[in-house]
Design a binder for this molecule. Structure first.
Ligand SMILES: NC(=O)c1ccc[n+]([C@@H]2O[C@H](COP(=O)([O-])OP(=O)(O)OC[C@H]3O[C@@H](n4cnc5c(N)ncnc54)[C@H](OP(=O)(O)O)[C@@H]3O)[C@@H](O)[C@H]2O)c1
Length: 274
């Protein structure tokens, strides 16, 4: 990875998260360039990370062996189309993190000779604790897929996917997932307040429980076992879990994730090439 020449198009939240993660992993700032249209963002990238941030995306990708596309989905076509000639000459790996922008669209903008891949990170990537679904269509070379995975690992875990459709499910599960846990923590804090705790105490308890449970979930034990370990027979947790089950929580969660996946598919329709 240290020999990587990387260009990031879009130095916003996700672009910055990836850049910061890669720098922490030892990638040299002089091996990275960023194409970013916002002058304040360019200035901040140069000041904080010591790398070159350019207005000209052609210049940003000119020497890159990997181009990460981290602009908003609606901007991807406008960013990549003018680069087709350059990319066709240098043939870098183009790795897009843009939600809902399909491989077919990326390929049509980059040209047929460029290898394109898609990834779906999630918000905790911003603190290096993300999880990303990676889809590399055939015939991506194994070393290119390894490289994409290494880059994404700079901001957390990576799960490889066999189909592009699976990215809609990843979006619904881990992409939107942080909000589901925030919602549950919010509702728990509210219940604590209704039972007499102050807003501050209830919120601290809820957020710290979310954090601690997350750390335990990363310890390698499976989730059902972790739950069983805090659910003594006849105890308080069991009383709560019974109430969740009686209210049909399992079905509610399934419906919620299905709704998010369906919306992901719908949104993707908007980002196809004309
Ligand atoms: N943030 C997340 O948690 C998250 C999670 C999963 C996936 N993603 C994906 O990551 C991508 C970026 O999201 P983000 O939250 O990082 O967005 P963001 O903060 O808005 O960053 C995008 C940056 O790209 C710049 N940009 C737009 N058009 C450009 C162009 N033609 N040339 C150069 N720079 C350009 C934007 O400038 P302006 O502000 O001037 O438009 C902005 O600074 C999205 O496609 C999103 O689907 C994000």
């Amino acid at each position: 990875m240290n020999h990587l020449e990387l260009a990031v198009l879009g130095g916003g939240n996700m672009g910055r998260a990836l850049i910061g993660g890669l720098l922490r992993q030892g990638v040299r700032p002089e091996r990275m360039s960023v194409g970013e249209r916002d002058p304040a963002a360019r200035e901040a990238l140069q000041r904080e990370f010591g790398l070159t941030a350019l207005t000209d995306n052609v210049a940003a990708v000119a020497h890159a062996s990997v181009v990460v596309v981290a602009v908003k989905p609606q901007d991807v076509g406008a960013v990549l189309s003018p680069l087709a000639r350059t990319l066709g000459g240098t043939r870098p790996l183009v790795l897009s993190v843009a939600a809902g922008v399909r491989i077919a669209a990326l390929q049509s903008w980059c040209g047929p000779d460029v290898t394109v891949m898609r990834a779906m990170p999630n918000r905790p990537a911003l603190v290096g604790a993300g999880v990303t679904g990676l889809y590399a269509p055939a015939p991506s070379r194994p070393e290119q897929v390894d490289l994409a995975e290494q880059i994404l690992r700079a901001v957390g875990e990576v799960v490889r996917l066999d189909t592009e459709e699976a990215l809609d499910v990843v979006t619904a599960l881990s992409g939107s997932g942080p909000a589901y846990f925030f919602l549950l923590a919010e509702l728990m804090a509210r219940a604590g307040m209704e039972l007499g705790l102050s807003a501050q105490t209830a919120s601290t308890l809820s957020a710290a429980t979310l954090h601690g449970a997350g750390l335990l979930a990363q310890s390698g034990s499976d989730l059902a076992r972790l739950r069983a370990e805090v659910t003594s027979k006849g105890g308080t947790t069991e009383a709560a879990v019974r109430a969740f089950e009686a209210a049909g929580l399992g079905e509610i969660v399934t419906r919620a994730v299905q709704a998010a996946a369906a919306r992901s598919r719908e949104l993707a329709e908007q980002f196809q090439p004309a």
